[in-house]
Each structure stands twice: as C-alpha cells, then as structure tokens.
Design a binder for this molecule. Structure first.
Ligand code: GLU
Length: 467
C-alpha cells in the first residue's frame, strides 16, 4: 500500500501551531515511508474562508519547509463532484431530503429535553414521500440505526461509538452546498488517503465519516487523532496564551527547525532525546508512538531550541533567515558587513534572530544619537583625551584585525594608567550609541577601519560641543 497522508486546514485564520504540528506529523509519516503528502484547503465555509488565510497557510508551510507532493486542492473547486456523490447516496437510498423547519426541529428538541432524552434528529423525513411546497430541503445521510462503529485509531486504539448515538447528519445545506463531513470523505476517498492524521477535536466526526465511507462501498483510511496542545494553565492553547500562529514565530525571530523540533516533541518522544534534525525525526517518527495525553506548550523550551539552532546551524542558513529580520527593519544590507559575519559575531549572545537583527542595526545605519545615560557616563571630559589618544593610535593600524585593535586599546589604557573599560566604553558608545556590544575588537573589526575612525571623530566633536 502506498502511504498517502494529507493536511486539510480550513482557511479561516492564521496557521495555528497545533495545525502545524498535525501537518508535521502527516508530512513525517509520508516521508518516512516513501509515501505522498497532500495539501487540501477546506474552504467550503464561504463566509469564514479568506484569501489571506490561504496565503498564511501556504506561507507557513513554505517557511517550515513542509513541501507537499500534491495540491493545494481547493474544496470550492470540487462542488460538482460532491453533488455527484450526494446524488449517488440519494439514489442508493443512503440519503434523503429533509423538509423540517427550524420550528419543527426546535419543538422536537424541547420534547426530547422534557423527556430527558439526548437531543437528536429522529429521522422523521426518512419516510416522507412528497416534497413540501416552498421549502428548500437539506439532505441528510441515513445513518445506520443500530450496531457500533469502531474507529481503529493508531494513537488511541479502538474507540467504539453506538450508531444509536449518531443522528442523520446534514450533508447538503438548503442551497445545495455540501457540509464538512461529506466533503472530507469524498476527498479522502478521491485522493486515496491511507492515513488521516488530525486533531482529536475531530474524533467525534470519525464514526460519521466511517459510515459514509461504508455507504460508498469504500474502506475507510486509518485514523490517528492527535491530542491537543494546552497552554501553561491547562486550557486549550489559544491566542490568550500568547503567540499561536506559525508566522508570529518567524516574526519573533525563531528558526523553522527550532519550531519543527519543538513541535515534534510535543506529544512524541524518542527516549529522552531533545534535539532532532528533520532527517532524524523523519527516520525515527512513528504515528503509533504519539502520546495519548495532551501536551503543554512551553515557550522557554522552544527558545532554548532556537538558541541551539542559531548557534549550530550553517552560517549561511541562519544568515538567510536573519535577512528577513533585517529587511523588516528597513536596513540596506549593502551598507554593512556580510550577514554571515553578523551571525558569527552574535550567535552565542542572542536567543532570537529578531534580537540579533536589533542589536546589529548600527552596522548598517550609523547611530544618529547617543543614549542619554550612556553618553553622560562615557562621553565626557575624562574620556575626551582618551578618545583622542586612541583615535591617533588606531589610525596607525594598517592591518585592521581584531588582535591589532585589541593591543592598541590595551596599550592606550596602560599608557593612560586606566582600566581597559575606560577606553573601550566610550568607543562602544561612539559606534553603537549605547554600552552593549560583543567584544569590542571583533565589533570594530567588522565595523571597518574608516567607519570606526569617523565614528570616534564624531564622538570627540560631540563632547567638545556638548560637555
Ligand atoms: N478542515 C478541518 C480543520 O481545519 C480538518 C479536517 C480533517 O483533517 O479532517 O479542522
């Protein structure tokens, strides 16, 4: 059997990290077994589906590197096919028109409630022979009335549902448009999906879908319902817990491999190993090893993984992702060093690429003003002569390397009988506008000889004018 999995998001918002994890599990399972991974956009809810949301899904998948072999298929382009299947179900006696009005259904519900029964449609239109004038009917699936449906779930084992608990589900609305449980079955069937891996919020839909598969004479796929992701307070992870969209992690400066590594460990493990490359997780992942219990999202752990990948991933790769942050800050990269040099300089010091970008702005855009406190403390009469001396000494350097810069600063401090920081901090403020930077010699090396000298000159003039 060829393994065929799919990710089938509804484009009604951003791509949620829970959805991304489902996509990852489906992708891994297909990749591991040499199968095919299909992307299907479930956009039949015309009111809630948006083009921006479709873009967010496509963008998120591309950013994470979860490539699909087929699709994206759009359900809105398959309405004719759904209608065909609905007609087939009617013809073979497995579906029927229902003319019940809202009021009628409400009365039925009230009666059921009053007699302590579970509210459910009682199938009264199953036996109707004539249409009702002036009513656009819905179409209902004729669910079996007795027996059991067993969802053989790859994660949870067998989950048994009584048919008597399932009522006749609406498969087409009064305007003829199909509903979710019908479209999903037709698609999984037509797309020959072998494994449906999805969130466990769909577990209750599975027995209904299995019954439709059976009515169509088809063998249902294997189901695997992935437990949900919780926030730190134990409630289902949602916006109020903070960032939940995949792209917000890109924006916040996370590498996709950090997010993927984090997501794969949410509900799946391989011993106590924490770090998995994509290749490694592809090799080791198995859907049956996914936990039954829900797992909690922990941003600190994600950040820890992000730091790990920023430190260890190939420089060019990190630089490529850093480029996005730099562009976002509106920096012209032609005005400064190669991004790989920035990564090298800062990767041990930051948690995110956003932080890396924000703390290297001065390499691409000269500081326009000094931080007030930093200037007060470091750009004053005492530092004036130190800066003038070190400037003259730095001007003598021909080979602009970290070592030569370091010894000039050190010698200057010794000559003046002060600690090295007394010379270094004013230079730091002159270059960065503030008092924080990586080691000064490496920073100046990268900042460049001419720019360094000019920036110190500028600081000297500033002191003369302001102090
Ligand atoms: N479109 C559904 C959703 O976004 C998923 C359906 C499925 O995976 O079967 O929740």
């Amino acid at each position: 059997m060829t393994i065929r999995t799919r990710f089938a998001p509804s484009p009604t918002g951003y791509l949620h990290v829970g959805g991304a994890r489902t996509a990852l599990f489906s992708w891994l399972y297909a990749r591991k077994l040499g199968g095919r991974f299909v992307l299907r956009i479930e956009d039949t809810d015309l009111e809630r589906s948006t083009a921006e949301s479709v873009n967010a899904i496509l963008e998120g998948m591309a950013w994470m590197g979860l490539d699909y072999d087929e699709g994206p298929f759009y359900q809105t382009q398959r309405f004719d096919r759904y209608k065909e299947v609905i007609q087939q179900l009617i013809k073979q006696g497995d579906a029927y028109y229902c003319y019940c009005s809202k009021d009628e259904l409400e009365t039925l519900r009230e009666e059921q409630r009053a007699s302590k029964q579970k509210p459910r449609y009682d199938g009264r239109c199953r036996h109707r022979t004539a249409p009702r004038e002036g009513v656009d009917p819905v179409i209902r699936f004729k669910n079996p009335t007795s027996g059991q449906v067993v969802v053989e779930d790859a994660i949870r084992g067998n989950v048994v549902f009584e048919n008597s608990e399932l009522d006749d589900l609406i498969i087409a609305r009064p305007d003829g448009t199909p509903t979710y449980n019908l479209t999903v079955v037709v698609d999984d069937l037509d797309m020959q999906i072998s494994h449906v891996i999805r969130g466990d919020d769909h577990l209750n839909n599975s027995p209904r879908q299995i019954n439709i598969f059976k009515a169509l004479g088809a063998k249902p796929p294997v189901f695997a319902h992935v437990p949900m992701i919780l926030g730190d307070d134990g409630a289902r992870l949602s916006k109020r817990h903070g960032a939940v969209s995949v792209m917000s992690y890109r924006d916040a400066g996370y590498l996709p491999e950090a997010l993927l590594n984090y997501l794969v460990r949410l509900g799946w493990s391989h011993g106590d190993q924490e770090i998995f490359s994509l290749a490694e997780m592809t090799q080791l992942f198995d859907i049956k090893d996914v936990n039954k219990a829900a797992s909690s999202f922990n941003t600190d752990k994600l950040t820890w993984l992000n730091q790990h990948y920023i430190k260890t991933a190939p420089l060019e790769h990190v630089a490529e992702h850093l480029r996005w942050q730099m562009d976002n800050l509106g920096l012209d990269l032609a005005d400064g060093p190669e991004l790989t040099e920035i990564v090298l300089l800062l990767r041990e010091r930051v948690k995110t690429l956003k932080e890396m970008a924000e703390s290297s702005v001065y390499f691409y855009r000269d500081v326009e003003s000094y931080d007030e406190k930093a200037a007060q403390k470091n750009l004053n009469q005492t530092s004036l002569s130190l800066l003038e001396t070190v400037l003259a000494d730095l001007q003598q350097i021909e080979d602009w390397q970290a070592e030569s810069i370091h010894s000039v600063i050190k010698n200057c401090a010794e000559k003046q009988g002060v600690g090295m920081g007394k010379v270094a901090q004013p230079i730091r403020v002159a270059i960065t506008g503030n008092t924080i930077s990586p080691s000064l010699d490496a920073t100046l090396k990268l900042y460049g000889r001419e720019r360094t000298l000019t920036a110190i000159e500028r600081a000297v003039i500033w002191i003369k004018k302001h102090v």
